[in-house]
Design a protein around this ligand. Sequence first.
Ligand code: SF4
Length: 254
Amino acid sequence: MLKKYFHTLAFFKIPSFVDKINTIISLLQAEFPGLEPKPSKADPLDILIATMLSQNTTDKTSYIAFQNLKNNIGTWEEVLNAPISKIRNAVRVCGLTNQKSAAIKNLLKQLKQKHGELSLKYLDKMSNDEVYKELLQYKGIGVKTISCMLAFSLGRDVFPVDTHVHRIINRLGIVKAVTPVKTFEQVKDKIPDGKKFLFHTLLIRFGRKICRAQKPLCGKCRLYDVCEFSEKEKYAMLSSAEPVENNFIILEHV
Ligand code: SF4
């Protein structure tokens, strides 16, 4: 009798956090077969600045701004020595012009003062925690920007949390957090090793195609049964639009 009771309990075992993550990753892989993270191995400073430009805009416009800096001004040394007005003109296309141009100039200036050269290659020898500690000292650089640089340039298995990743995993009920930084803190050590960057990559594509910020296509979502979003039934009734793929990721092209 007792044996049967424990057998029944085992059958109804509540899925753990890791079980849920693994289930979601499998469902997302079915949505995007063959999708793998693509670290670009680009220069870490290039990736850091491209990520700074990508805040609050699309990857396509931030890529234009990045190209403007490179083509219209030149090397990072030349950007450092350029008048701020020229940097503003180059990045204007991606918005937050004053904030982004000042942050880039400030980063380059501090980097030069501290290390005598405009390179972040020294980070390659540091642990992830050391890199976060080091770069958080610079104004305008947050954990998401650093995580992107770690993943896309240094090939580390980390989980960058931008507004899209934050939105989706909160809707799914994986965490309950009010900001991307708090979401990052809650999940960064809990996602299975070897799957962090993969999970990020899948969520970015999923957020563009299905779990959009406005009018998510809940009626066409493979994750519907595991999702805890309180409005999923309402949006399932409104999911008449066809999903559209948008695969351009700036950090894969820098
Ligand atoms: S059911 Fe809706 S809210 Fe939940 S993951 Fe799918 S699209 Fe997003």
